[in-house]
Design a protein around this ligand. Structure first.
Ligand SMILES: [Mn+2]
Length: 350
């Protein structure tokens, strides 16, 4: 038996067949309306979800600002700890850093757990897109080369997902060039203005264009939808080169939260990825139609020591400086003097 159900107002956390799925019912917080096509038995017992259609509502994401600041505060502690360990000459591995990151997140009361297992990829391991460091195989992190850190948390106020790539010591010109091309793609997508009805397939091109011009590419999608204290990878929308799937065919609408994560991977050498979560918002209304764009919700410094400034346009430089000014303004009130000095240095205008 097929059932089409408006599940927006249902509380999945208490229904006996879906207990444990979490409160999807807080639709006013997600800005989404959810329709499910369910396969159910004759007695009405749900057997599985066949298709999910999600409609964006008006922009209403209560508590999201808190959630994004919280992730940034914990992320900062991990990087500060890592820098301190490297300065002390301590021997630590990718695995140790992942464990410490989770400890910093767990120290805050609203943290409900990781939204996915953290990817801590040092040097060549960063080039393995779904790399998982274990206690047995993890590489030792040294004060040289590039580290990729992709992680996120579940909070009562929402779900986060952030990737940063940082230099742990001196790096070559080629890494800086590749990092800057990835950053240009991230900025191009974040600054995009597009008419109502535009899909993620169209937008995907913006994030890849700077790499394509250098004959480079990456083998994964540019962005996925993000649930609200729910799946960190959630449909229906996405920013993808695949025009055939639902993700590529769903228009990006105000209220949708989507990742912006272009990358570049040099096998055996290094991986680069820069990921912010972007909220779709209305930018303007012309005579013909509405125009939409994005607002980054992730607040954390983007490494400037890896940038080749000769490759950035004045507009891209201005975007980065404005973003960093916002990061410092929103995070600094919660920091002590040492932490604020650390953040200020990393949010300095270039
Ligand atoms: Mn992601």
């Amino acid at each position: 038996m097929l059932t089409i159900q408006d599940t927006t107002e249902l509380d999945f956390s208490t229904h006996r067949h879906t207990r444990g799925l979490g409160p999807i019912s807080d639709a006013s917080a997600t800005g989404l309306k959810v329709h499910l096509t369910l396969c159910s038995s004759d007695a009405g017992v749900p057997l599985g979800i066949l298709q999910e259609t999600v409609w964006a509502r008006e922009k209403t994401r209560r508590g999201a600002g808190y959630r994004d600041r919280q992730t940034a505060i914990e992320e900062k502690e991990s990087y500060r700890w890592l820098e301190h360990q490297l300065q002390q000459g301590a021997e630590l591995t990718e695995y140790d850093l992942g464990v410490r990151l989770d400890e910093y997140r767990a120290a805050e009361g609203d943290y409900q757990g990781a939204s996915f297992p953290a990817i801590v990829g040092y040097a060549g391991n960063g080039a393995i897109v779904h790399y998982r460091a274990t206690a047995h195989n993890a590489a030792v992190v040294r004060p040289e080369g590039v580290l990729l850190l992709d992680s996120g948390g579940q909070y009562l106020q929402g779900t986060t997902d952030i990737t940063r790539t940082v230099a742990l010591g001196p790096v070559g010109a080629e890494v800086k060039k590749h990092y800057t091309l990835v950053l240009k793609g991230n900025i191009a997508l974040s600054r995009a203005v597009f008419p109502e009805g535009t899909t993620g397939v169209q937008l995907d091109t913006l994030a890849r264009a700077p790499l394509w011009q250098a004959g480079l590419n990456y083998g994964h999608g540019t962005g996925h939808g993000v649930g609200h204290f729910l799946n960190v990878h959630e449909g229906p929308q996405g920013i993808t080169p695949n025009p055939r799937g639902v993700r590529g065919q769903t228009p990006i609408m105000p209220g949708m939260l989507t990742s912006n994560e272009p990358g570049y991977y040099r096998e055996g050498a290094y991986g680069i990825r820069i990921e912010n979560l972007e909220l779709c918002v209305e930018k303007m209304e012309s005579e013909e139609t509405k125009y939409y764009g994005f607002e980054p919700q992730t607040l954390f410094p983007i490494s400037t020591e890896l940038i080749d400034q000769s490759l950035l346009s004045p507009e891209e430089q201005a975007w980065l400086n404005e973003y960093h000014a916002r990061v410092f303004e929103e995070l600094s009130p919660q920091l002590n003097a040492d932490e604020r000095a650390w953040l200020k240095e990393r949010c300095r205008a270039i």
